[in-house]
Write a protein that binds this ligand. Structure first.
Ligand code: ZN
Length: 163
């Protein structure tokens, strides 16, 4: 049985306000600690494989009909993109986009509020690593990088718990 899980970006307005507040508060703290300004928090939610595939097909249909000039006004509009989506083995609390979004972290909106601070710290540490060009070419380096991100996440959690 596959352990693949599917996620799709959702508007911040759909996220529990307590979680958003916890995330923004953690981000403000982390930006100062890491000297990383202008990070954007994006939110994802788990979706079914069926919904994931459907969104893919709909995006293709949209693109095709627009290319044929079937939209009002008859001019193709290539601005329609499918929403950012991830497939992950086993699921995740947070993610940084592997290539295109070096200024964003993705947080799983289904995680409990008590985890949000750690996730933001962890993912921002990855962004900091990426920005200085760090690439974990070996499993050992990847493991060390995860360890550093975990440590930083716990530090941030501790620093913010006091108030
Ligand atoms: Zn990580």
């Amino acid at each position: 049985m596959s352990s693949k899980r599917y996620y799709q970006e959702i508007p911040a307005g759909e996220v529990d306000p307590g979680k958003r507040l916890a995330a923004e508060r953690a981000l403000a703290h982390v930006e100062g600690r890491l000297g990383l300004p202008h990070i954007v928090i994006r939110w994802v939610r788990e979706i079914s494989e069926t919904t994931f595939n459907l969104a893919d097909s709909l995006a293709e249909v949209d693109k095709a009909s627009q290319a044929l000039g079937m939209v009002a006004g008859g001019r193709p509009d290539y601005s329609v993109k499918k929403p950012t989506a991830f497939i992950d083995e086993g699921g995740f609390g947070g993610k940084v986009h592997p290539i295109s979004r070096q200024d964003a972290i993705y947080v799983n909106a289904d995680q409990p509020e008590s985890r949000i601070c750690f996730i933001v710290g962890h993912e921002c540490k990855h962004l900091a690593d990426h920005r200085v060009g760090y690439r974990p070419y070996t499993p050992e380096k990847a493991k060390a990088m995860e360890g550093r991100a975990d440590n930083f996440g716990r530090e941030v959690e501790g620093e913010l718990r006091g108030g």
